[in-house]
Design a protein around this ligand. Structure first.
Ligand SMILES: Cc1cc2nc3c(=O)[nH]c(=O)nc-3n(C[C@H](O)[C@H](O)[C@H](O)COP(=O)(O)OP(=O)(O)OC[C@H]3O[C@@H](n4cnc5c(N)ncnc54)[C@H](O)[C@@H]3O)c2cc1C
Length: 390
């Protein structure tokens, strides 16, 4: 297969590059280039800027705030945003919930939510996992009992990223106990301001507050916030998780981090010589380059030739598995290059240090979770084994 872009796609890449060069706020670019994760404010600010061109949700229909772009253009945009580096629009809004509403939502839900998801006006979080129901998600127990025009929700979610900053949560709840655990699950949109919701922080290994427990105590949710059919939420979950996994792979972010590591190797010295001259490091960088290239090619091949054998749900698993492994290898290398300097930032400190090594180290710690969230690596291997072996 020929991977060359058409002249129109090359021109589109140039257009995107010029737009990002001109419009990406410098403070955001600097913070991300140093290795800090994007903050909510960074994401919202840049999402609004992209939204002016329909590029926050490029693959959605124009009528709902997108740009009707094809998969190739979507991938070009993603590559240029991640390589800038700039923050990607909210994955919960654009990659997960938006496409789900386009497929399963009512016209009213689409009209109300999609423009707000694309613009970043609303910030959604994902309420799937529960204590004891992560990999075995279908065993979830948070219940929703129908009372007239409302559901009454009771139970607990855990590991809910950015719930403390969210306006809404999309949640899987059990509306019926069925013999098959995948049945009787429903997909609800819940306003986080509804009485009965409590959010409790979980501080992670990087000493930051990304994660939360969310408790539901007799939370009343209008029935019109049900997405898809009652009891068929598992169909929604499967559709959404495939998109989530593809989004988590962050292929172009791997390239950006590799370029960053290379630049560091040229800048740093050991015994008076640039680290870039070290043969062992050169071999490591070359091996990582080959891996990143393979992932890039896989990404393009699957998007442009979805009829190939590995397309479908297993594609998302390949990308998620390899993409997160590579992210971890790359940030581990950057943390190693930082050496002792990387340890200078103490637990609980804010973004005080201006030295690249400190965020590099925190990023390394945070990256350990990438092979857990969105479905652990073991689960992806299970999916691939089943796809390969039948
Ligand atoms: C940083 C972070 C952010 C997250 N954000 C969100 C969020 O926003 N919303 C949300 O709903 N969830 C979120 N999660 C939860 C995440 O989806 C779960 O942690 C994940 O699905 C694993 O579930 P678990 O933690 O219950 O682990 P378990 O399922 O208990 O797994 C424990 C270990 O056993 C292994 N294992 C389990 N089953 C099998 C099997 N069948 N075969 C082989 N090995 C197996 C797993 O791979 C893992 O190593 C987040 C998690 C993290 C770490």
């Amino acid at each position: 297969m020929d991977f060359r872009l058409t002249p129109e796609q090359e021109a589109f890449r140039e257009e995107v590059r010029a737009f990002i060069r001109e419009r990406l706020p410098e403070d955001i670019r600097e913070r991300l280039a140093m290795g800090h994760p994007a903050r909510k404010d960074d994401v919202v600010r840049f999402q609004r800027i992209l939204h002016e061109r329909g590029w926050a949700a490029p693959h959605w229909p124009r009528a709902h705030g997108g740009a009707d772009l094809g998969q190739a253009e979507r991938l070009i945009l993603q590559e240029e945003i991640q390589r800038a580096p700039a923050p990607m629009p909210s994955i919960f809004n654009v990659v997960m919930l938006g496409p789900l509403l386009l497929k399963f939502g009512t016209a009213k839900q689409q009209d109300h939510f999609l423009p707000r998801l694309a613009s970043g006006e609303l910030w959604f979080c994902q309420g799937f996992s529960e204590p004891g129901s992560g990999s075995d998600l279908a065993s979830l127990r948070t219940s929703a009992r129908r009372e007239g025009d409302e559901y009454v929700v009771n139970g607990q979610k855990i590991w809910t990223s950015s719930a403390h900053q969210a306006d809404w949560v999309f949640a899987l709840v059990r509306t019926e106990k069925a013999p098959r655990k995948q049945d009787g699950i429903s997909f609800l949109l819940i306003d986080m301001r509804t009485p009965g919701i409590t959010v409790r922080p979980i501080v992670s290994i990087d000493h930051a507050h990304h994660l939360n427990e969310v408790f539901f105590d007799n939370v009343r949710v209008p029935v019109e916030n049900l997405v898809g059919e009652e009891g068929r939420g598992w169909d929604c979950a499967k559709f959404l998780l495939g998109n989530e996994r593809t989004g988590i792979a962050n292929v172009a972010y791997c390239r950006e981090r590799l370029d960053f590591a290379r630049a560091l190797a040229r800048k740093l010295t050991q015994a008076g010589r640039p680290l870039a001259e070290d043969a062992v490091l050169q071999a490591e960088l070359a091996a990582l380059d080959a891996e990143v290239r393979a992932l890039e090619v896989t990404n393009w091949r699957m998007l442009l030739a979805p009829q190939t054998a590995l397309a479908g749900p297993s594609f998302a698993s390949v990308l998620k598995l390899k993409g997160t492994e590579l992210q971890q290898d790359l940030v581990a290398l950057i943390a190693r290059l930082g050496g002792l300097t990387a340890l200078e930032r103490r637990p609980g400190e804010g973004e005080g240090s201006e030295h690249w090594a400190a965020p590099g180290n925190l990023r390394y710690l945070q990256s350990r979770a990438a092979s857990i969230y969105g479905g652990s690596s073991e689960i992806q291997k299970d999916i691939l084994a089943k796809a390969a072996l039948g």
